[in-house]
Design a protein around this ligand. Structure first.
Ligand SMILES: Cc1cc2nc3c(=O)[nH]c(=O)nc-3n(C[C@H](O)[C@H](O)[C@H](O)COP(=O)(O)OP(=O)(O)OC[C@H]3O[C@@H](n4cnc5c(N)ncnc54)[C@H](O)[C@@H]3O)c2cc1C
Length: 446
């Protein structure tokens, strides 16, 4: 495929900066340079709007899906441009628990070895009721020797992915504002600053409110009736908790915490709410509301919330999108495709949203790079994108549905039903092995 270029045919070339006259005085030269700089500045702003830059592969969104796709393509020798609306990588936020499928992808794209030394391997999980009574505990390796569970800080994951890319791949402050397809099957993208790009292949990794998914006809992600407070507690002297996931189940409220590293502990509190409610950004209000929900619960949870850095606390309404066959559009249309949350937002009840975004990235990159290298033909690229969609759909649709039902059961409010859950289902019936079968995914090597 051709390398990227910029169409400038309609534009005048900038005048030479230095005067041709040999008798220009120093002060003349100074004023000419200043004038030229001023003209260039203004020209570049207005000309930028008229220029249409051509790119082969454009990825929108520098989240986990976007960066993992760009890195996978880069490893396979395919250059891409990543457009990110923010002015830098997302540095706030908490952590994500990645299971063995996520780690296998990170191995395949060659970054797991940078991450493992920083994040504790989680040995198992313990489930308690709101009065602190232990209902059940599990050890991951007892159920499955190959299981690997670690919570990684999102910031570190994003920075590690970005560090694998040449410096000019990610373009920040580049919010996609408008999309249009042209008769050649390319996609015209207009950014919020008025600049335009023509993309031969467009990969939408733009998250749950994806403008690309909307343009492709996907419905809005659906609010599932509960919200989550999250935070990352910091302990400069070292955190005191064992490396296991701790879940506490109440009525209509559940919480959990997991050590991330020797100094950090991730926590969440999930609660039922008929609507997402107002957006709250004040960390002290967020912490107060979160603590209010669990005020009589085991005290370590309240201590962990208190030890949380303000910039990491957030409240998120949980959403998903069910990709019903024949109702939901396919993952690709021509040479436009969606990846990660842009395609299949799912509730976090199985800890699989980011893991699946990573899986998508390697599957797509492998197919797309194969098509690009083997054939310049448009149809082979389109076929590669279709093949990605049909391979991934049976993986992500059932997981989305399962995550929803797991969440609904865990958010039960009825005291009788909760008592059956806590006294019969969890202690006697639940088996961890089948519950984590969905983590059995091994990507092809890149
Ligand atoms: C409470 C909670 C807990 C979770 N816990 C886990 C977990 O433990 N394990 C797990 O695997 N998953 C978990 N997830 C899911 C995980 O966070 C997501 O699946 C994952 O972040 C999806 O990554 P993404 O790259 O697809 O989207 P995002 O991370 O949302 O990235 C999208 C990017 O696109 C950019 N963008 C958006 N619009 C535009 C535009 N118009 N122009 C340019 N750029 C744009 C955004 O700025 C952003 O950088 C959790 C989710 C929630 C809500």
């Amino acid at each position: 495929m051709a390398t990227s270029s910029t169409t400038t045919a309609s534009l005048a070339f900038p005048k030479p900066l230095l005067p041709s006259s040999s008798h220009a005085t120093t002060s003349n030269l100074f004023f000419q340079l200043r004038k030229q700089k001023y003209q260039n500045h203004h020209r570049s702003k207005s000309e930028m709007k008229a220029q249409v830059r051509k790119e082969d592969v454009v990825i929108v969104g520098a989240g986990i899906a976007g960066l993992a796709t760009a890195v996978s393509l880069h490893r396979l020798g395919v250059k891409s441009l990543v457009l990110e609306q923010a002015d830098s990588l997302r540095t706030g936020g908490t952590s994500l628990t990645l299971f063995k499928n996520g780690w296998r992808v990170l191995d395949a794209i060659g970054i797991a070895h940078y991450l493992r030394p920083h994040f504790l391997e989680i040995q198992g999980m313990v489930v308690k009721s709101e009065d602190g009574r232990e209902l059940r505990s599990f050890t991951f390796k007892q159920e499955d020797q190959s299981q690997e569970v670690r919570a990684v800080e999102r910031r570190v994951l994003l920075e590690t992915l970005a560090a694998q890319l040449p410096h000019d791949v990610i373009q920040f402050s580049s919010k996609l504002a408008r999309i249009e397809s042209n008769p050649d099957g390319e996609t015209l993208l207009e950014l919020a600053d008025g600049s335009k790009l023509l993309a031969k292949i467009l990969i939408g990794c733009d998250g749950i409110r994806s403008p690309i998914a909307k343009w492709m006809g996907f419905s809005k992600a659906n609010y599932v009736g509960h919200c989550a407070f999250r935070g990352l507690a910091s302990y400069s002297e070292g955190q005191p908790y064992e490396p296991r996931v701790n879940y506490i189940y109440g009525r209509g409220v559940r919480a959990g915490y997991v050590p991330v590293s020797p100094t950090k502990v991730y926590w969440f509190i999930c609660f039922n709410s008929s609507s997402p409610g107002p957006k709250i950004t004040d960390p002290s209000v967020l912490k107060k509301e979160a603590k209010e929900l669990v005020k009589n619960w085991p005290s370590e949870l309240l201590d962990i919330v208190d030890a949380t850095a303000d910039e990491t606390v957030s409240k998120t309404p949980l959403v998903d999108r069910w990709l019903w066959p024949a109702v939901s559009p396919p993952a690709s249309a021509g040479k436009v495709v969606v990846v990660g949350d842009a395609w299949h937002p799912m509730t976090p009840n199985l800890g699989q949203g980011a893991c699946c975004a990573l899986e998508d990235a390697v599957v797509l990159a492998k197919k797309l790079a194969g098509a690009i290298k083997s054939n310049e033909d448009h149809s082979s690229v389109e076929e590669a994108l279709r093949s990605y969609g049909s391979e991934r759909w049976p993986r992500v649709f059932p997981l989305t549905v399962r995550a929803y039902f797991v969440g609904s059961i865990l958010q039960w409010e009825n005291p009788l039903v909760c008592s059956v859950r806590n006294n019969i289902v969890i202690p006697k019936l639940v088996r961890l092995g089948p519950l984590l079968e969905h983590t059995n995914f091994t990507p092809e090597s890149l």
